[in-house]
Design a protein around this ligand. Structure first.
Ligand code: ZN
Length: 493
């Protein structure tokens, strides 16, 4: 038998959390053909002795909706072992195009995009011009609300609700895997719980999930978890808590109780889990952080922030501001806080920031908890100084947290970025190494894998990742992207 690939003598971490087993994996076309002791030859035989072989990493929390179009090589993902991205998180979806373009202008100020018609049009565009990774899409509640209600802060009237429902139904019909909310952002933060229950109820029985960037990750964390659980229970839909954390010094330690609440909701029968990026700093748009001339806007949803905690990450036209804290820019511009924020946002309305707001013990507590899977939340603003999670999330969990600190075992860490994630989001025949499944695979050196990006120099691929296959084709080899674009759109079935 002649296969396309055989990886020989690897330690196979199959994505189920089971201990690694030494063996071979053969690939034929886009599928895994055999696992174990493989007899035969291959066009590409790889001696993987001493290396780990895992399913390709599934990044359940991305904002790569437009990046997948603008940068189809997706090297910032593939070089870190990612083979599937779930886009459309935090209420920000790819359709309708007009409202979605707001996101594109913030993250990709110098790019232009051809308009697409709905989620069906977005996914069709990716089918025609595939990126290197697989893409599954969430419907963005904020995008739908912006399209229908613009800047109105009231509850929707009957016709506005119908118009938002039509957008959600279109996305579900197109194969979206869930509905996301961003309840600290404009305009999602104006939505009452009842509005979210009514829209989320459209997902009942479809397998699609309610995913949420909650209203408050600071002192209001527990109320926010309560709201997310209430929405899932009332709508009869599974829930994914996005980037589970306690943000702001005064909220540190609250994750112990939010994790307990997730456990209790699971015992009561709710399908609820969370994702996490492995850093004590977050990242978002400055406009969500600054409000009324102070930091920690949008009702304090980010917790207590100081001007030292907030660092400019990317801008359209002010690279000299990137990497500097608001404190540093106040001194440089000779302005007080309110004036500095008005000046920066006046010239750079889409500026993104890194926020140093979390506690290391909390990060480890969330990571250890069985409800947590891994998602980068990377902002694909490649020209600035994006949060290094964009490149390093998965290597950092495997190298820093699993190997060096022992927070997780290696098979458990792999599970939380592969089999667990595929099961939660309904990605069939992916996330587990088994004959017949799609050949999304990563070969890495468990002794060497590590993230390299820093906040000062974030645009660096991790070390220790040897080969990355998507649907049986190599998209990264020895730290270099290939020309292959084998990614597929993954539709809910
Ligand atoms: Zn978010």
């Amino acid at each position: 038998m002649a296969y396309d690939w055989i990886f020989r003598d690897a330690v196979i971490h199959d994505g189920t959390g089971a201990p690694g087993v030494v063996g071979d994996v053969a690939v034929e076309g886009d599928r895994i053909a055999a696992v174990g002791s493989v007899i035969g030859t291959a066009r590409h035989e790889v001696d993987a002795a001493g290396l780990a072989l895992a399913p390709g990493f599934i990044d359940v929390h991305t904002h790569d909706d437009f990046a997948a179009v603008a940068y189809p090589d997706m090297a910032f993902k593939t070089l870190g072992g990612v083979t599937t991205c779930i886009v459309g998180n935090c209420g920000m979806g790819a359709a309708p195009f007009g409202a979605a373009s707001v996101l594109a202008r913030s993250f990709h100020p110098h790019a232009t995009f051809p308009a697409w018609d709905g989620y069906r049009g977005y996914l069709a565009r990716l089918d025609e011009t595939p990126p290197a990774v697989n893409i599954a899409a969430l419907i963005g509640h904020g995008t739908a609300r912006m399209e229908v209600m613009r800047r109105k802060t009231a509850a929707p009237n009957a016709s506005e609700m119908e118009a938002m429902k039509a957008i959600v139904r279109e996305g579900l019909d197109a194969g979206a895997v869930g509905l996301s909310t961003g309840l600290i952002y404009e305009p999602g933060r104006h939505a009452r719980t009842e509005e979210l229950i009514e829209l989320t109820s459209l997902l009942r029985g479809t397998g699609a999930l309610y995913t949420t960037h909650m209203r408050n990750e600071g002192l209001g964390l527990l109320d926010s978890i309560e709201e997310a659980i209430r929405i899932g229970e009332a709508a009869g839909v599974g829930v994914q808590i996005s980037h589970h954390k306690a943000s702001g010094r005064d909220a540190w330690g609250l994750v112990g109780r939010s994790l307990d609440r997730i456990d209790a909701a699971q015992r009561a029968g709710l399908n609820v889990h969370a994702d996490q990026y492995p850093y004590t700093a977050g990242s978002t748009v400055l406009s969500a952080v600054a409000e009324g001339g102070r930091l920690g806007g949008a009702g304090g949803g980010l917790g207590a922030l100081s001007a030292d905690d907030v660092v400019i990450a990317s801008t359209a036209n002010h690279p000299q501001w990137e990497g500097k804290s608001i404190t540093a820019l106040m001194a440089e511009l000779d302005l007080d806080l309110g004036a500095a924020l008005r000046r920066i946002l006046g010239e750079e309305p889409g500026a993104t920031v890194v926020l140093h707001t979390m506690n290391e013990d909390d990060v480890r507590a969330v990571m250890r908890h069985p409800s947590t899977m891994i998602g980068s939340d990377g902002l694909p603003t490649l020209e600035g100084k994006p949060h290094p999670r964009l490149y390093g999330t998965f290597a950092r969990v495997l190298g820093h947290y699993a190997r060096d600190l022992g927070v997780l075992s290696l098979p458990d860490a792999v599970y939380r970025m592969t089999g667990f994630s595929a099961a939660k989001f309904g990605l069939r025949e992916r996330g587990v190494i088994a004959p017949g499944n799609f050949a999304d695979l990563v070969v890495f050196d468990p002794a060497r894998i590590i993230d390299r990006g820093t906040f000062e120099a974030p645009n660096q691929a991790p070390d220790g990742i040897h080969a990355v296959l998507v649907n049986g084709q190599a998209v990264a080899l020895d730290g270099k992207p290939t020309d292959a674009r084998p990614g597929r759109t993954l539709r809910r079935r």
